[in-house]
Design a binder for this molecule. Sequence first.
Ligand code: 6PG
Length: 485
Amino acid sequence: MKQKFDIGLIGLAVMGQNLVLNMNDHGYRVAVYNRTSSKLEDFLKGPAAGRDSIEGADDLKQFISMLERPRKVFLMVKAGDVVDQVISQILPFLEEGDVIIDGGNSLFTDSSRRMKNLAEKNILFIGTGVSGGEEGARRGPSIMPGGNPAAWTHVKSILQDISAKTIKGEPCCDWVGDEGSGHYVKMIHNGIEYGDMQLISEAYHLMKSVLKLDHDRMHEIFEKWNKGPLDSYLIEITSDILSYKDADGEPLLEKILDTAGQKGTGKWTGINALETGTPLTLISEAVFARCLSALKQERVAASECFTGPENETPENVEELIDDLEKALLASKIVSYAQGFMLMRQGALENQWELNYEAVARMWRGGCIIRSRFLDNISDAFSNNKELASLIVDPYFSKILQDSQAAWRRIINLGVQTGIPLPAMSSGLMFFDGYRSASLPANMLQAQRDYFGAHTYERNDSPRGKFYHTDWTGEGGNVSSTTYNV
Ligand code: 6PG
């Protein structure tokens, strides 16, 4: 009898193809299926040529029958309805105990629903984040699986084998938790990715338009930053992008239209932050900055209505470059702190037990936000499992304390020169708010009580005791109910 295959993968777009080759490199026999059969043929005759332990199937029944029990079916199809469609197409051929793994960028609530529905049929479902793009999928991505815990033993070795490894050799893949928690963690990863990318873009904007640096100099600066605490994949590729020349010898970057696209995971992060009442300001600004950039026509029209301040090159350019590095790092700390705050809130609301130290380790290699900095985050949670915010961790709080003067100078520079720094400044505003023992919300509460009898608590009375004042002498004594969304 023909030897069965260890795993089957459906969906041979870029990520799917590279994951198959990666699994095969690690000794796994992989069966593949793609809805458009020409793509399947192209793959088998192209990238998979000469690999006997990769085989394709023309129809789903045959594909499933090729798999070793319990069957493990990895879906790399477009997130959304397509995932449900493919699941319902393969279900008739699956048996109890078989495992479906969705590796696309699915919405976590969809993954929770799928896990529960499939559990009723005794099919084990995993929703997993896979990060690292084409190169990561091929050489080792970061993998964030969550779902039915009974599925983990069946896929643990394969997922950990194909994942990236940290410098210490640990796999950048570990069990995240129940239901859609794997996709939830990936959603937050992507939100952080949006924040990092926006912060870097703002630094580039200031360097180009205020410090008037040329591309070679900017390339050198990012290269240097990549050897310090900002060391990360996104800083590294930024340095490469800055040195890349088009066919005419000019920087390609300046020929790229300044309107950003987005596939939705950043938006989901922002929506979830609003739903859970988490002040995820920096990442949300990063999402809105993409939206604003997309209004190109309106911006061009508005640019003709206004003149901004004159931008004379400052005298202390070298000092400002150092300030910018500090401002970038400080903002990045706030962004990650907010991301982990949201994760903690998500875990609380969904009753998931998330291991934040392990999440930081999973992101240490293979993924788009991989950086040296994640080691420090992992250490922070290892030192204090109950850490309320990364901001108050001793390592990060010292950096914030030491960088805040430079951070303020950079935000000032942006304001004075009219260069928008939405993410960097919202990071500073959050920092100033979070470190303030007292905020003007007393005024807000007074206003709410004044016009709507919404009541307030007092400084000189225990928490939970609510007061209403008849501010005008013309109101009644009836107060509104006290509840918070
Ligand atoms: C990753 C990325 C990836 C993401 C793309 C596009 O971790 O490999 O996060 O999953 O989908 O980068 O994202 P946007 O189109 O939203 O920028």
